[in-house]
Design a protein around this ligand. Structure first.
Ligand code: EPZ
Length: 421
């Protein structure tokens, strides 16, 4: 097990480059299963979720080569198996995208239920609803999902999601791509990684329109040819660095971002007294570390992202005044980190879906533990701000989604060491 040891109280200065988007990469890499020939995918983040997914694809028979610094070349032509390695599948959440991809290509799949961050109940009933709308027969056991054609065969269909779900939108897009006929997904998620997946698939020859709106339309095609595609920058990684500078104080140019994707985060940081200057593909963030309270409600994109809830909570915990932070996507997400923040001196009262955060003068270093990816990232920010030393255990969660976090923070002047226990 590895841990971070952080000595807080330092301003962050300099330039940081954002990596490719985790949630885009974990949707695009399984999509390579749909392509006959080589896919050259650029700007792939070197994070453990991506490494696990590539291990699963290789185990299924994909030929995978790498080109520095962040290009992966996949050829899934020789893949025959429709039963991904369950041990690997259970190591992450997005492995469930293999269901849609394998169903589309082979018209069957047997995939273990995923693992990943368990900060909330994370059902997949909307994914199943989508597969059924495409004519699949779905058999779900305690730990597996088995898919095959129903009595009328597999073909395009219409599905209206009961809840805006990124995963279900992605899985249905993957499943529909190679099926005959037209598929319409209503109440679809609009996150940037949904658009990125649609752009990747269309680059390979798919016919997808409406991605980024609440209605996505897919016309099935016979096959997808190979091609080259670069993954979008990770807006949550970028938001995490913006929040870190906001809290510690400093002046940092955050490079390789799409400012449009950051507006929901930068506007809230500006309400707290932070300066964000938007350029074409970067944002300069400046803060004196003295923040004012504000209120945030998380929402599906383009609202304030639930994946930035923990990070903004740290900023609120040292802001002047009382902030309200309402979680509308995963109600139990607060419990992944608020206890730890309280150990560092934060004053957080959780009432239903809302955390009421009374800003304190300072946080104090402590020994804490990451319970999920974004909770761990928030504890890193808390450690950077706190007086004294903070030890964060279980950082494997953090390394699932943040490429070279300790190195990047060190280059900005932070005192953070990664130590193998
Ligand atoms: C994706 O998870 C992201 N993960 C999450 O990011 C992110 O928090 C979430 O979207 C919301 O933006 C990946 O993209 C790999 P959902 P996902 O389906 O797809 C309910 C991170 O930190 N729901 O959009 O699992 C669900 O309970 C991770 O990078 C159903 O009820 O999220 C939740 O309340 C954490 N039934 C809401 O929908 C379903 O079948 C949104 O979930 C599916 C979802």
């Amino acid at each position: 097990m590895a841990k971070y040891v952080i000595n807080g109280g330092r301003r962050l200065e300099g330039t940081v480059t954002i990596s490719g988007g985790k949630n885009a990469a974990v949707a695009i890499l399984p999509a390579a299963l749909l392509v006959s020939g080589k896919c050259r995918v650029e700007n792939v983040p070197d994070i453990s979720d991506v490494r696990t997914l590539l291990d699963i694809l290789a185990d299924l028979g994909a030929e995978i080569t790498y080109e520095e610094p962040s290009t992966v070349i996949l050829d899934c032509t020789n893949v025959q198996s429709t039963h991904p390695n369950p041990e690997l599948v259970r190591k992450m959440r997005a492995s469930y995208y293999l269901m849609g991809a394998l169903l589309s290509r082979f018209h069957e799949a047997s995939v273990a239920l995923p693992g990943g961050c368990n900060f909330a109940a994370r059902p997949i009933d909307q994914h199943i609803k989508g597969f059924r709308a495409l004519g699949a027969k779905v058999q779900q056991t305690e730990d597996y999902v088995h898919l095959k054609p129903g009595p009328n065969g597999l073909k395009g269909g219409r599905v209206s999601l009961d809840v805006v779900s990124v995963g279900a939108t992605v899985n249905i897009m993957l499943a529909a791509c190679l099926l005959p006929g037209r598929t319409i997904i209503e109440n679809a998620a609009k996150e940037p990684h949904i658009v990125d997946l649609a752009n990747f698939l269309n680059t390979m020859g798919a016919h997808i329109s409406g991605a980024g709106t609440d209605t996505v339309k897919i016309t099935g095609v016979e096959k997808l040819e190979g091609g080259t595609y670069a993954i979008i920058p990770d807006q949550i990684e970028a938001g995490t660095y913006l929040a870190a500078v906001a809290a510690t104080g400093g002046n940092v140019l955050v490079q390789n971002v799409i400012p449009k994707h950051m507006e929901c985060v930068t506007s809230k940081l500006e309400e707290m007294g932070v300066t964000c200057i938007h350029y074409d593909d970067s944002i300069r963030v400046m803060s004196d570390g003295r923040l004012s309270a504000t209120n945030v409600k998380t929402r599906p994109y383009p609202g304030f992202p639930t994946d930035m809830q923990a990070q903004i909570c740290v900023c609120m915990s040292i802001a002047k005044g009382v902030s309200n932070l309402t979680e509308n996507v995963y109600e139990t997400r607060f419990f992944g980190y608020c206890t730890e923040l309280a150990m560092m001196g934060a004053d957080i009262l959780i009432s239903g879906k809302t955390a009421i955060i009374s800003g304190r003068e300072k946080l104090t270093g402590a020994v804490v533990r990451a319970h999920d990816l974004r909770a761990g990232a928030a504890l890193v920010i808390a450690g950077l701000v706190a007086e004294g030393a903070t030890v964060i255990k279980n950082i494997s969660f953090v390394e699932r989604g943040y490429e070279h976090l300790a190195e990047k923070m060190t280059s900005l002047g932070a005192s953070i060491q990664r130590i193998e226990d």
